[in-house]
Ligand binder design. Structure first.
Ligand SMILES: C[S@@+](CC[C@H](N)C(=O)[O-])C[C@H]1O[C@@H](n2cnc3c(N)ncnc32)[C@H](O)[C@@H]1O
Length: 314
């Protein structure tokens, strides 16, 4: 077990913190955690890099070395022996005003003098983080990780879901690489692309042939193998034993070609949703009363005055 830290950005803080926890738990059910402001600290067997490379809203991440009360007396410099260059970075999540650049300079100079290690602000082999919160201060560190390439999208559509929400939903559902996701309203395949980019197998269903062909093109452009089935969402019942989770963006009604009203369609869809699967659904807030699923956690994402989306995770 080791402690890792994740600092999320200011957008959708609750969702962002839950995403970190869900990814970590998808690999290690015994993951425990605490959160404070925009910081999540996990205690888990999962390496921080594995979680960080999947997250959507994490800005900084690494290993926790210790908590500290007196910065200068407590930094453990043994970490630096294997590293050629380092940089010191302050993350102030406390309500106090801190002179972060002077802290970084002073601590950096002290570390340099004691350890003989060189400073590199642009390309450090080790970043030492000094994390301040109102409750506790932490000393963390991280080696650089390479950012994965974004999947290509050659077929787009106006009602497609932004990739960040697709990725976050897939992660909130708690799926991992041993599992298969189904999106029964896959459209251009945005959710499938995110799932496949994280190594999660996926199957898409859409009753619009044009969407299916477009989604297939998107998969092929990235060398992904997701199966795309041209059928109504009811098809998911036929493949129930092959899938572990359902992650989908429900039709809003405006661009849907369905003859059913969005309310009826959603009501019927919910009534056949497999009971024991991992679920993450996106819908327009106005459709909320059609969706009675318990227990479930909901996140509201404001887009503009006539569009607030809800993500439901069960
Ligand atoms: C909100 S869009 C999904 C957009 C998708 N997330 C994307 O990023 O491209 C909903 C999709 O549901 C499909 N759809 C509507 N009614 C359907 C039904 N009864 N069965 C299957 N698909 C349906 C539409 O063709 C549309 O592509």
């Amino acid at each position: 077990m080791s402690q890792s830290f994740f600092v999320v950005s200011g957008e959708n803080v609750e969702l962002a913190k839950d995403e970190v926890i869900a990814i970590s738990k998808s690999y290690d059910k015994k993951t425990s955690y605490k959160t404070d402001s925009r910081l999540v600290i996990t205690n888990s067997q999962v390496p921080w890099e594995k979680v960080a490379e999947r997250t959507t809203f994490v800005r900084r991440a690494g290993k926790i070395a210790d908590s500290f009360s007196d910065l200068f007396s407590e930094i453990d410099l043994s970490l630096l022996h294997k590293s050629d260059t380092f940089a010191c970075r302050t993350i102030n999540l406390s309500s106090k005003k801190l002179d972060t650049s002077s802290i970084e300079k002073t601590v950096g100079a002290a570390i340099k003098q004691i350890s003989g290690t060189k400073v590199s602000l642009s390309n450090p082999l080790l970043t030492i983080y000094l994390i301040f919160t109102d409750k506790e201060n932490y000393f963390g560190y991280a080696k650089p990780i390479t950012e994965a390439q974004r999947p290509k999208k050659v077929f787009k559509f106006q009602s497609e879901l932004p990739w960040k929400l697709c990725r976050a939903m897939t992660n909130l559902a708690g799926l991992n690489e041993q599992e298969t996701l189904c999106d029964p309203f896959c459209g251009t395949g945005s959710i499938l692309l995110e799932a496949e980019s994280m190594g999660i197998k996926s199957i898409g269903i859409d009753y619009d042939k044009k969407m299916c062909n477009g989604a297939r093109k998107n998969m092929a452009a990235n060398g992904y193998n997701s199966k795309i089935v041209n059928a109504g969402y009811e098809y998911m019942q036929k493949i129930e034993n092959k899938i572990d989770g359902i992650v989908t963006d429900l039709p809003y009604g405006i661009s849907s070609k369905s003859s059913d009203s969005p309310k009826k369609l959603i009501h019927d869809f919910i009534s056949i949703l497999p009971k024991k699967k991992k679920i993450a659904l996106m819908y327009k807030r106005e459709l909320a009363d059609q969706i009675e699923l318990k227990p479930a956690k909901r996140y509201e994402i404001y887009r503009h005055k006539s569009l607030t989306r809800t993500i439901l995770v069960k």
